[in-house]
Write a protein that binds this ligand. Sequence first.
Ligand SMILES: Cc1cc2nc3c(=O)[nH]c(=O)nc-3n(C[C@H](O)[C@H](O)[C@H](O)COP(=O)(O)OP(=O)(O)OC[C@H]3O[C@@H](n4cnc5c(N)ncnc54)[C@H](O)[C@@H]3O)c2cc1C
Ligand SMILES: NC(=O)c1ccc[n+]([C@@H]2O[C@H](COP(=O)([O-])OP(=O)(O)OC[C@H]3O[C@@H](n4cnc5c(N)ncnc54)[C@H](OP(=O)(O)O)[C@@H]3O)[C@@H](O)[C@H]2O)c1
Length: 391
Amino acid sequence: MPEATLAPTPVYNKNHPFMASLVERRALSKPGSLKNTQHVVVSFAGSGLTYTCGDSLGVWPENDPELVTLLINTLCVSGGLQVVLPKFETSVSLQEAFLKHLSLMSPAKKAFEWLLPQLKDLDEQARLKSLLSPEAAEELKAYVSTHDWVDFFTDFPSAIPGLNIQELVEHMRRMVPRLYSIASSPTKYPEEVHLTVAVVNEEHRGRVRKGVATTYLAERAPLNTPALPVFMAKSPFSLPEDDTVDVIMVGPGTGVAPFRGFLQERIARGATGRNWLFFGEQHKACDYLYEEELTAWESSKDLYRLDLAFSRDQDHKIYVQHKMLENAAELWVWLQGGAHFYVCGDAAYMAKDVDRALHQICEEQGRMNAEEAIQFIKDLRKSKRYQRDVY
Ligand SMILES: Cc1cc2nc3c(=O)[nH]c(=O)nc-3n(C[C@H](O)[C@H](O)[C@H](O)COP(=O)(O)OP(=O)(O)OC[C@H]3O[C@@H](n4cnc5c(N)ncnc54)[C@H](O)[C@@H]3O)c2cc1C
Ligand SMILES: NC(=O)c1ccc[n+]([C@@H]2O[C@H](COP(=O)([O-])OP(=O)(O)OC[C@H]3O[C@@H](n4cnc5c(N)ncnc54)[C@H](OP(=O)(O)O)[C@@H]3O)[C@@H](O)[C@H]2O)c1
């Protein structure tokens, strides 16, 4: 019998994503919440893709078609106009380019410089010139981060008549994929991942600004259709190989995502190391993400300790780092016993404050001076016992 020839398994990555199916989306935040955090399940069955706890899912989203139409109408062109995108061999319609391939926000400075001489209105020209001056660098940065192309052409409409649309698309930034920490265990769910998505919806200049990927996942991506381009983003953020090791996890907000995966995995593997989670959100009644699962794991002792910090349930803020400091003595004992310490979530404030609290605990509980605590924590990081997944 001739040997069966197996078709090579396709390799999916950022540039060759797998068309996955979004199979479930449900709200985690309850009525009364100021947030909209969603649980999203993506199936990649049949792809051959694998993941480990701590990895992220890369998602190529589509822009909001309403924003696409608004931009096309603002430019007074037809969405059917054919354009050629850099590195594309064939042309696509402007509608498709705006929907799938280009970023409609954060115009680049270079694009403004290209548009400057095309402004027919002298006042607009003076305004844009001043925004591009070296002294206005901060103002330009703020403008770019809060305005999209519709805002630009509303603020500088004299660029529109006679605008070369092919050149415009060449000056626009490309769509970039977004990453989401995987909130499930590969042992329990080998062919799907769970995500915890905080939906971005902000009002600015009388218009709702929808986060591209979060609103795509939460509102627009079709259900049960292989139409979501995804890839696995491997991460060094990972569980200890030794299942007897204790883990301390600090994950407020969507930062809880990888720790739900860690817990599922440790339970599935029968890990004997203890698990301690610090979770925080605004209000217990409406923002307690995965409340049922976490409390069930607390009751079963799969979660040996669960410390909660609901920031807005009282007149002063209570954050996860306050709970760490309240439990400093025990936390220090765990660290001395070899526990791994993990942080996930907001990089701008939370992760820095948690890091400060960790230094304080080392100084106070370990009777170290500041330099010794810095060195101790550096060593923790070096030995991969202090890991962060922050964004
Ligand atoms: C390793 C890693 C893991 C992550 N894990 C998670 C996770 O588990 N859960 C999670 O929710 N996020 C996670 N993120 C963040 C995530 O990747 C996205 O950055 C986030 O979800 C926002 O994506 P978005 O496309 O919806 O927003 P974007 O469209 O990128 O918008 C970002 C900002 O731009 C503004 N903006 C949007 N549209 C406009 C417009 N038209 N005009 C002007 N301004 C506008 C928005 O107000 C917002 O402030 C992670 C990031 C990394 C790097
Ligand atoms: N780049 C992007 O476009 C984008 C989009 C969405 C989210 N993010 C980032 O992702 C993060 C996660 O958002 P999220 O909705 O999951 O939750 P979050 O905003 O981090 O909030 C979770 C909890 O953390 C609290 N918190 C605020 N500041 C803190 C601090 N310094 N230390 C400790 N806790 C603090 C919040 O309290 P209060 O709210 O009461 O202060 C809340 O109770 C955001 O903070 C943001 O930085 C980025």
